[in-house]
Design a protein around this ligand. Structure first.
Ligand SMILES: [Zn+2]
Ligand SMILES: [Zn+2]
Length: 336
């Protein structure tokens, strides 16, 4: 194992990405989830002002009793999230086992079997797009099932819907049975197409941030951190894409539980007629409210400053998650 001594950070050891079993997977997920949720909850509203709430009155000045209720909700969600995080860590272990036994299509060694750098970048991008599409499909239909089946809703999925006004900590505030259902696709994809084992781990750590961001109580658009959204920005700027999800989209699911079941894209909701009809107007209203906050004249500069601050906060979130994992590993798991 490598040491960071040469980088001047004492004798810290670089923790592994894959291969450390349950304790390593658990530390990775806790670092990403709790640091990420804390950053989305507190860092972004503070430094990327003006953020736009997705629920009316969500960030207006509130009485102490209401703030206390919110703190209690965050504490409850943080505690409830430990079970699903443990389930996801167990799924990571199962994937390590599958790979170790030579089952499935995961591989290690050189990415893309040693192809050139541009070819590797294209391979990673295509894999991520494919994983997003599959993950979205799995999430849509299992989520729909948990609403349509009364037993599953009342005994399993209701726990997530206790958060009617979500916070970033609602992301994995799930019943462990729901976690088993939702994360099972991480095992399925091992058998569908070749994928580097490191990419599998990194992608599924990243989806943790997607679940956190989807429950931010304010709109992150256009910087919803998915590859599809990035491609959309390159070709269409910061207009709202009809086919892509926003924070408001999932927030509406918490307000209207029989609508907006999807995760990344809106096509399944459109095809199955489960999209909240008021969504397109509502997202435009939020965008208008946001641009109103940038003001006239200097609005463009303020907008760019806001986007820059948002990207900086997201980068800091990733950096802090990595740092938390590095430190936690060296404190709790390092074997000298
Ligand atoms: Zn939710
Ligand atoms: Zn639901």
């Amino acid at each position: 194992m490598e040491s960071l001594e040469g980088l001047g950070v004492g004798s810290l050891k670089v923790p592994p990405l894959v291969g450390g079993g349950f304790p390593v997977a658990m530390l990775q997920l806790c670092s990403v989830y709790y640091v990420g949720a804390l950053a989305v909850h507190s860092l972004i509203p503070r430094f990327a002002s003006p953020v736009t709430p997705v629920a009316p009155g969500a960030r207006k000045a509130k009485p102490e009793s209401s703030r206390r209720t919110k703190r209690q909700q965050i504490l409850r969600e943080s505690l409830l999230s430990i079970g699903p995080i443990a389930v996801k860590a167990a799924v990571f272990c199962a994937v390590e086992k599958i790979h170790g036994l030579g089952l499935g299509l995961l591989y290690d060694g050189a990415l893309g079997f040693g192809t050139s750098l541009p070819a590797q970048a294209i391979l990673v991008a295509c894999t991520v797009l494919l994983l997003d599409a599959l993950h979205d499909t799995w999430f849509y239909f299992t989520h729909l099932l948990m609403h349509r089946n009364r037993w599953l809703y009342l005994n399993v999925h209701y726990l997530h819907h206790q958060s009617r006004d979500p916070t970033p900590f609602s992301g994995y505030s799930l019943h462990v049975v729901e976690a088993l259902i939702v994360f099972f696709d991480e095992v399925i994809v091992c058998f569908l197409f070749p994928m580097h084992v490191n990419l599998h781990r990194l992608y599924h750590l990243y989806t943790t941030l997607i679940h956190i961001g989807g429950h931010a109580s304010y709109e992150l658009h256009p910087l919803v951190p998915s590859l599809e959204q990035l491609l959309w920005i390159v070709f269409h700027g910061d207009r709202v894409a009809k086919g892509l999800n926003t924070v408001l989209y999932h927030n509406m699911h918490h307000q209207f539980p029989n609508k907006n079941f999807s995760l990344y894209f809106t096509h399944w909701d459109r095809l199955c007629e489960t999209m909240k009809w008021a969504y397109p107007d509502e997202i435009q209203r939020i965008k208008k409210e946001q641009s109103g906050k940038f003001g006239e004249g200097k609005g463009r500069r303020r907008k760019h400053r806001y986007y820059f601050a948002l990207i900086a906060c997201m980068t800091a979130t990733l950096g802090l998650s990595l740092l938390a994992y590095l430190l936690a590993y060296n404190v709790f798991l390092r074997v000298a």
